[in-house]
Design a protein around this ligand. Structure first.
Ligand SMILES: *[C@@H]1O[C@H](CO)[C@@H](O)[C@H](O)[C@H]1NC(C)=O
Length: 144
């Protein structure tokens, strides 16, 4: 590569690097799931930071609801721009016998994103009844 071009690229990257620096941001979410009147226990819940392609989404935390259907997930990620967190819930409540699992995606508002590695307050989604039918719901098959 000619010297002049290399120098230009270095200059370009330092300007870009100065304008967009990585910042660590965190999020905390909790809630309770029901399937009708039952507590929905052992339901897979993921806290994900959605990234633009080709970057893969980051799994910030994941787990399963406990015996009373409750989950409590928190995590952090370093990004140039604001993180874009959402929770994904995989379940079979009211799935009318369709194979695979219903996948619910719930986006977390920006006001619940905190600077640093520890989120000060959780976003409490309250009690969600998984019987509800969401508009753009998809079915997701885990590879076995
Ligand atoms: C389920 O998790 C919630 C919140 O973390 C907690 O308050 C509750 O005691 C747990 N229930 C059981 C049965 O462990």
């Amino acid at each position: 590569m000619p010297m002049k071009l290399t120098a230009w690229l270095i200059l370009l990257f330092s300007v870009v690097g100065y304008c967009y620096s990585l910042s660590t941001q965190s999020v905390w979410v909790k809630g309770k799931l029901k399937c009708g009147n039952r507590d929905a226990k052992n339901i897979r819940v993921e806290l994900v930071d959605v990234d633009l392609a080709p970057n893969p989404d980051d799994l910030l935390d994941s787990g399963y609801t406990n015996a009373t259907g409750e989950f409590d997930l928190k995590g952090s990620s370093s990004e140039f721009s604001d993180i874009d967190p959402e929770i994904r819930i995989y379940h079979d409540c009211n799935d009318l016998g369709i194979p695979c699992e219903r996948k619910w995606v719930i986006r977390i508002p920006k006001k619940y994103i905190y600077d640093g590695t520890v989120a000060q307050q959780p976003m409490n989604v309250g009690i969600l009844n998984l019987e509800l039918e969401l508009e753009h719901e998809i079915h997701h098959c885990f590879e076995s």
